[in-house]
Design a protein around this ligand. Structure first.
Ligand code: NAD
Length: 352
């Protein structure tokens, strides 16, 4: 569940014909098949790719457990080959690698990959989700992630500020797939928006649609706002950025928002309520799980909205144990895995 818990399996990928290089990490299968997306990114070397895969897979174990999913945690990290390369051949080769794991790993999209890549993977294996829209199944996880963040933000704002989203200003960093959908929900709820987004066409669209104020990427962490919603890259909460943060609530979609564990303590000392990313950004994986496990699509909204109740549980645990919420989330995830392992052992003993 954390860096101290070693992964169950690490598969090194190396296929010179397609250019496929990287790692699939099965961190834990205690709750079910290890599930987590496939990232395609430029890495300095194999060591950097493997480190990222290990960290992300461990995070997925925690996220899936906290979301109440019957899934363990895993992740694939592919090293972006030098151009020119065939994307189709790359993802066919990746699909074969996933197939070889025989259902122990379930993949989906992540940073650098999309629904079309997953469609290529699906030609080689059934253990993939996040596919192009079929019937009533919207494959894109981003709107679900935004919905979960929105529900969680309402809880965090109520707790720390004692008010509703209609009364707050939210500073949103990044209006890509998730950030834009989140702004839509916040705008409908009556929140005032301040946005930083380097892609000027997206920034302009957000300003027009939501009447949002635009600020630079550098300024967004310190603008006067009630809530800061990181929806771009990880590592945005550093000792330096938190020192100038005006918002009293942090709640956003980005993975791995804390640059280091001690940032959680600084946030708490400064009276900032940090809603842990592994809890609040689970909406996408919940939709992926529903697709893979064949749950009716109409059950997804309630499952995603349950993120709010899970955040309350984490905040209650944090208060009870006098630790920051970022430390309470792994404690709760460990309990979920342990309870399920005990239930599994009891079932096996009864069956024996
Ligand atoms: P995306 O690439 O569509 O959007 C990210 C946006 O952030 C881009 O528009 C980019 O231009 C902008 N950006 C980059 N650097 C910035 C900066 N310094 N300041 C402001 N904006 C900046 O990605 P996404 O799918 O919307 O995901 C956003 C974050 O949420 C990522 O960290 C991702 O890992 C995480 N996440 C996404 C999902 C999902 O369902 N897509 C699920 C869980 C977690």
């Amino acid at each position: 569940m954390n860096d101290l818990m070693p992964p169950e399996t690490v598969v090194r990928l190396d296929d010179p014909h397609s250019g496929l290089r990287g790692f699939i990490v099965l961190h834990s299968t205690a709750l079910g098949p290890a599930a987590g997306g496939c990232r395609l990114w430029r890495y300095a070397d194999e060591a950097a790719a493997s480190e990222d895969a290990l960290r992300l897979a461990a995070g997925m174990t925690m996220k899936n457990a906290l979301a109440g999913l019957p899934l363990g945690g895993g992740k694939a990290v592919l090293m972006l080959p030098d151009a020119p390369f065939s994307r189709t051949r790359l993802f066919e080769a990746f699909g074969r690698a996933v197939a070889a794991l025989d259902g122990r790993y379930v993949t989906a999209e992540d940073v650098g990959t999309g629904v079309d890549d997953m469609a290529t993977v699906a030609e080689r294996t059934a253990h993939v989700a996040g596919l192009p829209r079929r019937d009533d199944r919207p494959g894109d996880p981003s709107p679900w992630t935004a919905r979960g963040v929105f529900q969680a933000m309402a809880v965090a704002v109520e707790r720390r500020l004692g008010c509703r989203l209609s009364e707050v200003t939210v500073a949103v960093q990044g209006v890509g797939h998730v950030g834009m959908a989140l702004c839509e929900l916040l705008h409908e709820a009556g929140a005032r928006l301040v946005i930083a987004e380097p892609r000027s066409e997206l920034a302009a669209r957000a300003a027009t649609r939501f009447g949002a104020d635009l600020v630079s990427s550098r300024a967004i962490t310190s603008v006067p706002a009630d809530v800061f919603a990181p929806c771009a890259l990880g590592g945005v909460l550093t000792l330096a950025s938190v020192a100038t943060l005006k918002a009293r609530v942090v709640c956003g979609a980005a993975n791995n928002q804390l640059a280091s564990p001690e940032v959680a303590d600084l946030l708490a000392r400064r009276g900032v309520l940090y809603a842990p990313d592994v809890v609040v950004n689970a909406g996408g994986i919940i939709n992926v799980a529903a697709e893979y496990l064949g749950w009716p699509q109409e059950t997804v909204p309630a499952r995603v909205d349950a993120v709010a109740a899970r955040l309350r549980e984490v905040l209650d645990r944090a208060e009870a144990c006098a630790v920051p919420p970022a430390h309470a989330a792994p404690m709760l995830a460990r309990d979920v895995v342990a309870q399920s392992s005990r239930a599994g052992a009891a079932k096996a003993a009864l069956a024996a």
